[in-house]
Ligand binder design. Structure first.
Ligand code: ATP
Ligand code: LTN
Length: 333
């Protein structure tokens, strides 16, 4: 690799992605490909922390790969691979587990949230999720991790574990920095704009799926919950309109101020329609391209196999360094 900084991120193949996942994560990834050595993973092991239908998990894994490609991730520039194809992720997790304290994991907001939502299946994996995520990141000497705002707490644990290991043994891991955009890092639910937009929301009108067609997208925006004072401005006491303004700003590349000016004097109905149309214009070509790519499984498999080879080479170099430093005897050749 050249001297560009290493950037790592991943998404779980836990269902069809939302506009929130796209804006908060994948959209930024494509822009970063030229300036960093980018490594993008499909975090299938993370997905197992909540119950999955095996056939669906397989389908979602292919879908997510096709979506990465359709959004413009270029396998010539970035390494694209499935987490479970590089066993070093699970192996480093074991080592890091021996230096993580239960209290660090039980206080995580996502753990608390998901333990409540999946109260019939609060398993060790759900609790250990951030340690597996730290392994993903630290194996590649990652300096930058582009994620949505909800992942900041997990990233702090990755940093703590890197620092802890380095001080207990010797300088081994880079300490990663989060990369969280100012606008769009937390897209909110269209129905309850104080809650994050989530693909697992029971109300399908609360989120825009990357698989929604134009009519559905426009209908969902028309129904978006807002206040009633009819002013299109960004403001803390107007979470619904502020969320729509952020979405509009990100998908059209307009600043918030320019968007406010453009819609000055417009009614909410017209504004919602304009946001819906702008989002549909972005999603439609991505969805079509994803469907085209999905038809060619051999092409996807080839990219993933190549990605796993390239990722493994980096990951095992780090893992063997870690094994050596903690005192494990290397296998004789
Ligand atoms: P789930 O609902 O299945 O727990 P999720 O929708 O949060 O998952 P992940 O796969 O955990 O999705 O996250 C993928 C990426 O999308 C992460 O970088 C996360 O920060 C980002 N992300 C998720 N939801 C949003 C949102 N509403 N706004 C901005 N970014 C988001
Ligand atoms: N937990 C992340 C997905 C994820 C990730 C990572 C993100 C798994 N491993 C490593 C960044 C770096 C999420 O977005 N829910």
């Amino acid at each position: 690799m050249d001297d560009k900084k290493i950037l790592f991120s991943a998404v779980q193949p836990s269902g069809t992605l939302t506009l929130g996942n796209y804006i908060g994560a994948i959209k930024n990834w494509t822009k970063l490909q030229d300036d960093y050595n980018c490594i993008y993973s499909i975090a299938d092991l993370h997905t197992l922390t909540v119950k999955q239908e095996p056939a669906l998990l397989r389908a979602h894994t292919y879908e997510l790969t096709a979506l990465y490609l359709a959004c413009g991730i270029d396998p010539e520039k970035a390494i694209l691979f499935i987490q479970s194809h590089v066993p070093a992720h699970a192996e480093l997790t074991w080592i890091l587990n021996t230096m993580t304290y239960p209290g660090e994991l039980t206080r995580m907001t996502q753990f608390k949230d998901k333990s409540q939502r999946h109260c019939d299946n609060v398993n060790m994996g759900l609790m250990d999720y951030p340690v597996l995520m730290a392994s993903d990141i630290l194996l590649y000497n990652t300096e930058l991790v582009p994620v949505g705002a909800d992942q900041k707490q997990h990233l702090e644990l990755s940093r703590d574990l890197a620092i802890r290991f380095n001080s207990r043994y010797s300088e081994t891991f880079k300490v990663p920095e989060p990369y969280i955009s100012k606008v769009g890092a937390k897209i909110m639910s269209l129905q309850e704009p104080t809650k994050k937009m989530s693909k697992s929301d029971a109300n399908i009108n609360a989120f825009i799926s990357m698989d929604d067609d134009t009519d559905t997208i426009i209908r969902k925006f028309k129904r978006a919950v807002t206040d009633s004072d009819n002013k299109i401005v960004m403001s803390e006491d107007k979470p619904g309109i502020s969320n729509l303004l952020s979405i509009y700003s990100v998908v059209t590349g307009t600043s918030i101020e320019d968007a406010e000016k453009r819609f000055d004097g417009y009614g909410y109905g017209d504004f919602k329609l304009a946001v819906g149309e702008a989002v549909a214009d972005v999603i439609k070509p991505i969805k079509e391209e994803k469907e085209r790519i999905l038809k060619d499984k051999a092409y996807i498999d080839k990219i993933l196999a190549d990605g796993a080879d390239r990722a493994s080479r980096i990951a095992y170099k780090t893992l063997s360094k870690v094994y050596r430093k903690v005192g494990l005897v290397p296998r004789a050749r």
